[in-house]
Design a binder for this molecule. Structure first.
Ligand SMILES: Nc1ncnc2c1ncn2[C@@H]1O[C@H](COP(=O)(O)OP(=O)(O)OP(=O)(O)O)[C@@H](O)[C@H]1O
Length: 264
């Protein structure tokens, strides 16, 4: 049971996601009914090609819904003006950025765009938020490098810093830890957890790090061929949601250790 006073940040109603290309319809998933609350860290997992990025792109209005509705803070997502939307949600996608000539500090500062005036002048508060985002993502030593000089993992941390600087109530990240070493995977996920708890942000991220997500997330969305399961990790383990994620010929989910292991 959810405490009744928890604010619902994003809600979907009979949502269908997918693509319409040259009049051809490719439905990725249907009947998605979800409710995410303030302060929740939510992990989105599922096999390759199942629809994680498609769901994140749809929830952030990067691509249109096929059917159904998305509500952000009780207002329909489609009714937001761009700038207003950018002050409510931020998204870190996996695709390459176009502004690689920028200094790291400048790219992080772009997160403040929804709040700056038309000349883009940063206020003291903006500068403070940019510096704080740089500090908490451990990229202080990169701040004066150009983005094209960064490794994939470094760039990933910079893009996360930009989303933190944007300081929106809802943050979505598509595979934020892919290029990171195991220490920084754990560091970034714990940082997201802390952000959600301490600042009451709702953070939804897709990941293949199922073990880490089970340990850290308040809730998880498990996408599979038959639809999706949504709940607390403990509940999802009980209803065997992870065991049915992959064919069992190679890997098995062990409920006790809450991990996948290679079948011997
Ligand atoms: N632009 C597109 N047009 C048509 N189909 C697409 C497009 N982009 C992705 N798809 C298809 O939609 C389905 C879901 O893809 P999506 O990228 O959402 O999966 P994913 O769960 O994020 O996968 P991964 O774990 O491999 O990143 C796949 O079948 C994919 O081929």
């Amino acid at each position: 049971m959810e405490p009744e006073n928890l604010h619902t940040v994003i809600r979907t109603e009979d949502l269908s996601i997918g693509y319409q290309n040259n009049k051809k319809l490719h439905v990725v998933a249907t009947d998605i009914n979800l409710k995410l609350h303030e302060g929740e860290l939510v992990g989105l997992v599922g096999a390759n090609g199942i629809g994680k990025s498609t769901l994140l792109r749809t929830l952030s209005r990067v691509q249109p819904t096929l059917h159904g509705k998305v509500y952000l803070s009780d207002k329909e997502l489609n009714s937001y003006k761009s700038l207003e939307l950018a002050s409510q949600l931020s998204i870190v996608l996996t695709e390459q950025i176009t502004s690689k000539n920028l200094l790291v500090k400048e790219l992080v500062a772009l997160g403040r765009q929804p709040y700056t005036n038309w000349v883009g002048k940063l206020t003291e508060e903006d500068i403070e938020k940019v510096e704080k985002a740089i500090e908490v993502t451990h990229i202080t030593d990169l701040a004066h490098k150009r983005c094209y000089e960064l490794s994939d993992g470094q760039l990933q941390k910079v893009l996360i810093a930009r989303a933190i600087a944007q300081d929106t109530p809802f943050i979505m990240l598509d595979e934020p830890t892919t290029h990171l070493d195991i220490y920084h995977k754990a560091y970034i996920l714990k940082l997201l957890k802390r952000l959600a708890t301490e600042t009451k942000k709702t953070i939804l991220f897709s990941t293949h790090e199922i073990d880490f997500a089970i340990q850290l997330c308040d809730k998880m969305i498990v996408l599979n061929k038959n639809g999706f399961e949504f709940g607390r990790p403990k509940e999802l383990i009980q209803c065997m949601a992870f065991s049915s994620l992959f064919p069992e010929d190679l890997i098995l989910f062990d409920e006790k250790s809450r991990r996948f292991s290679v079948r011997s």
